[in-house]
Design a protein around this ligand. Sequence first.
Ligand code: SAM
Ligand code: SF4
Length: 310
Amino acid sequence: MLDCHNRNITYLRLSVTDRCSLRCRYCMPAEDVPGGDCLCSAEELVEIARAAAACGIRKVRLTGGEPLVRRDILDICRGIAAIPEVEELCLTTNGAALARLAKPLREAGVSRLNISLDTLRPERYAYMTRVGRLEDVFRGLEAAEEAGFTGTKLNVVLMKGFNDDEIPDFLDFSCRYPVEVRFIELMPIGEGRNAQFLPADAVLESHPFLRPLEGSGVARRYRSPGGRGTVGLIEPMSHRFCASCDRIRVTADGKLKPCLHSRQEISLRGLSGEALRLAIEAGIAAKPERHYMNETGRSEAGRRMNQIGG
Ligand code: SAM
Ligand code: SF4
C-alpha cells in the first residue's frame, strides 16, 4: 500500500518483546526495565501480521528486545510463516541462544537472520553487553550455517573509541565468511546518546579498495576483492534514507509506529478483522515524510530501541 508520500510500504518490523538476555550499554540500562507485562500474545502478533499482509506487507522481521527470550517464539514464527502473502520472515537476534534455536527457527519458517555483534574481542563483548559471552554468538553463527541459513547479516553498530579500531577485523571477517557485515551508524536514541558517533564513511575512507555493489534496501553495499561475504553501510544519520523507507513498526505492546523516530503511535490492541486492517492502513497513510534527527541530534521516538524493536 502507498503512503501519502508515494512510498510503497511492504516491510513490517514486529517486536515480540522488550526483554533481553543482554544489556548492551548503548541500548538498555543496566538494571531490569519495567514493562514486559502487557506483551501481545503469539495469537495477537500473528493476527497483526496477517492484517498487515492484507495491507501489502510482504516481509516481516521479528525483533525486540531479544526475540529468542520468548518461550513461544517458534509458535510465532510458524504462525507468520504460514501467511501466504508473507514472502520473507526474518529475525534479528543477539545470537546468545542461537546455538540451541537455529535449527528449530529454520524449521519454523524463518528465512534469514541478522545477528548483532559489535566487537570480535571477548573482553570487549563482555564489557559492552554487561553479561554476554562472545563464544555463544560464534556458536550461534555456526549453528545458523549448519541449519542451512544463508544471507546472514552481522549488525555492527559503529562507536568511536569502542570498535573503530576493529573495522579491519570485521572486513577480514567478511572476506572469510559468507555473511554481510553491516556497519550501522549509532542513533541518538535512548542509551545511544551516551556512546560516541562515528560516520559509516569512516569505513570507506580507511579502506578505499572496497568495490561498490548494487545497494539493497537502505544499505550501500561493497565487497573486498576476493571476499566470500559483503559489506553494508546503514547510515540513518549521514545519508537520510527516508525517501526510500518502506517499513512500519509494531511494538511488543501492540502500538504501530509509522516512523521509528516519531512519537506517533496507533494502538492495535483489542482490534481484529476489518478494524485491525483499517487501523494499520491509517498508520501507513500517516507515515511522516522524514525524521529530523540529523538537524536536532536526537530522536523523537519516546522509547528506547529495545522497547520499539530495533
Ligand atoms: N536483541 C536483538 C539484537 O540485538 O539483534 C534485536 C533487537 S536490537 C534493539 C536490534 C538492533 O538495534 C541491534 O543490531 C542493535 O545493535 C541496534 N541498536 C540498538 N540501539 C541502537 C542505537 N542507538 N543506534 C543504532 N542501532 C542500535
Ligand atoms: Fe538486547 Fe539487542 Fe539491545 Fe543488545 S541491542 S541490549 S541484545 S535488545
